[in-house]
Ligand binder design. Structure first.
Ligand SMILES: [Zn+2]
Length: 352
């Protein structure tokens, strides 16, 4: 085993654990995954552009680095958290379970290097999702947890001991003052989830907004599984209205810039343009002629044709620019297509 293979394997295993439930469900459904996968027969995708990759993780499987002054970030290559060291202790932002105990290791490392306290006193939740805050309970009962009021409601109903409900909540705005540092938390409406919050560090030129824009990567499956597609399309405009130089998106191995966000907005706009063009171009008639009373078969094949028409040029344009454009652009196009049809009423026709 080379010195580098251990951390790589460890972070790979951490990522695998996060998605471990997926094959079990697919197997139950009796799909193609009932056969064990073989690496030899899995499909190939385009290489990841070097611009999408961040610093290498260490032997424990994490990288911790400075964002600006006493604001730091930590990643395992797939997930990100951030922390602010203060004279009164550490404020942690999110606790992804895939980083898990490496969160405290990263804080210990940075605190030792800078001669400051390593004690986490506050934990801010970006949103209620378990993949971003499922490591919360590792920090015990002696921390102040802060989240948007709907995060508290959602977490109370989800009743997951790994994710204690926040002690302090806010509806639209909250300024957190700890150890001479300030952080502005804000809620600007539903986007990825109903509770997703903007975390602005006015003295560190940084904005943290999770699961909206993943610098230099296309969104995860089906447009990041965003609950509110129009709200998620609009969120980058709201983010750009804040002053910041550094962006923490909650995913993958690097931070973002304003130019990265503009590039991402262009990608989404290209998908929207493609969908509108496809809805006006792809003729549904042959699909309904072929499938007759099997309306779902006709719909499935017609919408697949619309997605292929809309996403094809976008995939071609962004290959080598945004990582995994060939992996997830089609599923994101489907999510945006459905929102354009259902939320915006585009292409909707009333029977004469
Ligand atoms: Zn999420």
């Amino acid at each position: 085993m080379s010195p580098n293979s251990a951390p790589n394997r460890r972070s790979f295993l951490a990522r695998s654990a996060a998605i471990a439930a997926v094959p079990a469900v697919a197997t139950l459904a009796g799909g193609a995954l009932a056969e064990p996968a073989s690496a030899d027969t899995l499909p190939d995708y385009a290489p990841i552009p070097p611009s999408a990759l961040g610093p290498a993780v260490n032997a424990q499987g994490y990288f911790a680095g400075r964002v600006e002054k006493n604001l730091y970030w930590v990643t395992d290559g797939a997930y990100q958290a951030a922390f602010l060291t203060t004279r009164d202790g550490v404020v942690l932002f999110d606790a992804p379970p895939s980083i898990g105990h490496n969160l405290q290791r990263a804080i210990d490392q940075i605190a030792a290097e800078n001669g400051v306290s390593n004690k986490v006193t506050h934990l801010v939740y970006s949103h209620h999702h378990a993949d971003h805050i499922g490591g919360s309970s590792l920090f015990g009962t002696d921390v102040v947890r802060i989240g948007q009021v709907q995060a508290k409601q959602l977490l109370a109903s989800e009743n997951d001991p790994a994710r204690p409900v926040p002690d302090v909540t806010f509806e639209t705005k909250h300024t957190l003052n700890v150890g001479g540092e300030r952080v502005n938390l804000a809620w600007h409406g539903t986007n990825h989830t109903p509770d997703n919050s903007y975390i602005h560090f006015p003295d560190h030129d940084t904005l943290m907004l999770v699961d909206i824009f993943l610098p230099r990567w296309v969104p995860f499956d089906s447009f990041n599984l965003n609950e509110d597609v129009p709200g998620s399309i609009a969120a980058p405009d709201t983010a750009m209205a804040y002053p910041w130089k550094h962006f923490i998106g909650g995913h993958m191995g690097r931070l973002g810039t304003r130019a990265d966000m503009v590039l991402y907005q262009q990608y989404v706009n290209d998908i929207i343009d493609g969908v509108k063009k496809a809805l006006g171009t792809v003729d549904p008639t042959p699909f309904f002629a072929k499938y007759g009373n099997n309306v779902w078969a006709a719909a499935q094949q017609y919408l697949a044709a619309v997605v292929a028409y809309a996403s094809g040029p976008v995939i071609k344009k962004y290959l080598g620019v945004l990582a995994a454009a060939d992996v997830y652009t089609a599923s994101t196009t489907f999510a945006i297509l459905e929102s354009i049809r259902l939320d915006l009423g585009f292409g909707s026709q009333v029977h004469p």
